[in-house]
Ligand binder design. Sequence first.
Ligand code: F6R
Length: 242
Amino acid sequence: MDVVIVADAAEVAERAADQIAAVILRRPDAVLGVATGSSPIGTYNALAERVRSGVLDFSRAGAFALDEYAGIDLRHPESYHEVIRRTVTEPLGLDPARVHVPDGSAADLTAAGEEYERLILAAGGVELQLLGIGANGHIGFNEPTSSFGSRTRQKTLAPQTRADNARFFDSADEVPVHCITQGLGTILDARELLLVAQGESKAEAVAAMIEGPLASVCPASALQLHRNATVVIDRAAASKLR
Ligand code: F6R
């Protein structure tokens, strides 16, 4: 695992954008794995800036989101369908037909998970997967004790994740209880992993991911198994590394 420690969130965004830009310049039709949440927003903004200045073109690229809330109205502003449209598809100029988000509105989430896996395979797999990390060490919505071999499936959100994500909703009760998420096995299949984290609230999880044992209590420790994983963090997120 390559660990890159930079000064602040702005540098995290530029460094991560450089790595994604390198993939798109090498392969304009690359399939990217995209995350929601606040961590990658600076990276998306940095990429959008490069699109506006004509340096990058995502019009032939594809994207697969990591996860979606279960049972949420897909038009809800905080559904990941909407978040990905607002923060990735439109600002980067991706073709919406090539952007996929797991179907959290499906009556049969097991079948929806299997279908998502098929779609990823049919697209040739993910070239680079961008990730954030939860304060409890989750990636995607693979909460602690998720299997390292797991595939896209339904999960129950940990109480801490629901509390952390309450900031996006009008009230804590509104945060869905269940979700559909790519599994750790799905994520590990991407040819390149790029995890970004900023701020002290992530420092403990970051230390467990990098220096802790490979253990399902810290799902992000799965990155230790990947041959091409990069972690880009600011000094605050790195503050609990030994
Ligand atoms: C989002 C996702 C989550 C977030 C994590 C961190 O698609 O899968 O793993 O990356 O919860 O969220 P933020 O960035 O909001 O702190």
